[in-house]
Design a binder for this molecule. Structure first.
Ligand code: GTP
Ligand code: MG
Length: 313
């Protein structure tokens, strides 16, 4: 079957298709998950028309239907596992981070969320039989913490060419939440030309938290964050990719989720992330990972260490 394009949506001719593409709605899937209000405003079409287009895109993109269990089993056969670098940590996750899913790492500052991200980025470039995905990596860096020097150290330890490894890691600095969201569209574009099976968002929530302050802004923040998470999940499904996101726990009680040890983004992030891992500091430089809320694995903990060479047992 030929791949459908925007022009296959009933009522979308070349003129509207162009407007849609210009506004960044380049995929049927992006339109199918858009809100009528956004689509109508950004493309300057009536809201009723926008609704029709979204409905049409849903049909063309073949989403929103039911799948039988055996079809899901078949799709899950293509799930890959990306190694964290630590055997204990991998075991906790049933072999590593799963593709076609979002894994969230949350914890306070210095709990090594960013260190884990570096290691995942380096590991993803390794061949599959070495725990990698043999792929390029996209890293959305919202806190300006990407350090090529760290990648070089880890690559050296693994005996792979540091320069080549760095060439496969595509880093984009996200300047604010809106920019961060747009970068996911850019990532979809980039993934058309090369194999990208790991996308990292470090940190997922910091811009949202800084920009949507107070109780009054909470509903909007959660709604936008929810859509962002779904864009990420969409990327994971389209590219059989691993998505790793980080999230700080609120040092001060969050406006809504009063508990200070709760991850930012609360229910929205929690419900869309398939795996949630709580990282905390242990004794003598060790770090502890706790698996929370997994659909198929028991809750448990793993101890790992962060050294100059990277993440290890
Ligand atoms: P925030 O982003 O501030 O929330 O923190 P984070 O969870 O991302 O923490 P990050 O990953 O930046 O962890 C920093 C910690 O990693 C430091 O406190 C060090 O303990 C450890 N670390 C970083 N680089 C090295 C290194 O080269 N060698 C060793 N042994 N440890 C390192
Ligand atoms: Mg960090």
């Amino acid at each position: 079957m030929a791949t459908k394009t925007l022009e296959d949506i009933p009522g979308v001719g070349p003129a509207i298709a162009e407007k849609l593409r210009e506004a960044g709605y380049t995929e049927l899937m992006t339109i199918a998950v858009a809100s009528p209000k956004d689509l109508s405003e950004t493309c300057e079409i009536g809201e009723k028309k926008a609704m029709d287009i979204i409905e049409g895109a849903k049909l063309c993109a073949d989403i929103g239907g039911f799948e039988t269990g055996d079809a899901i089993l078949e799709r899950r056969k293509s799930v890959s596992k990306l190694s964290t670098g630590s055997k204990a940590f991998d075991d906790l996750l049933g072999g590593g981070l799963e593709s076609q899913a979002i894994t969230e790492f949350f914890g306070e500052f210095g709990s090594c969320k960013t260190q884990v991200c570096f290691q995942l980025a380096v590991n993803a470039t390794l061949p599959e039989d070495k725990g990698g995905l043999d792929s390029d990596v996209i890293m959305l860096d919202s806190e300006n913490t990407f350090r090529p020097e760290r990648v070089i150290q880890m690559a050296n330890y693994l005996g792979v060419d540091p320069e080549e490894t760095l060439k496969r890691i595509h880093v984009a600095r996200a300047f604010n939440s809106q920019h961060q969201i747009l970068l996911v569209d850019k990532a979809i574009e980039l993934a058309k030309d090369r194999k990208i099976r790991l996308m990292i968002v470090d940190s997922l929530t910091s811009h949202f938290r800084a920009e949507y302050l107070g109780r009054g802004a909470l509903a909007e923040r959660q709604q936008i964050l929810n859509r962002h998470m779904h864009d990420l999940l969409n990327f994971a499904t389209l590219n059989n990719a691993v998505i790793a996101v980080t999230n700080q726990v609120a040092a001060k009680p969050d406006a809504f989720f009063g508990d200070p040890t709760r991850p930012i983004g609360g229910h929205v992030v929690g419900h869309t992330a398939t795996f949630r891992i709580y990282l905390r500091k242990g004794k003598a430089g060790k770090r502890i990972a706790r698996l929370i809320d997994s659909p198929s694995l028991p809750e448990g903990e793993a101890v790992f260490s962060v050294t100059e060479d990277g993440i290890k047992d």
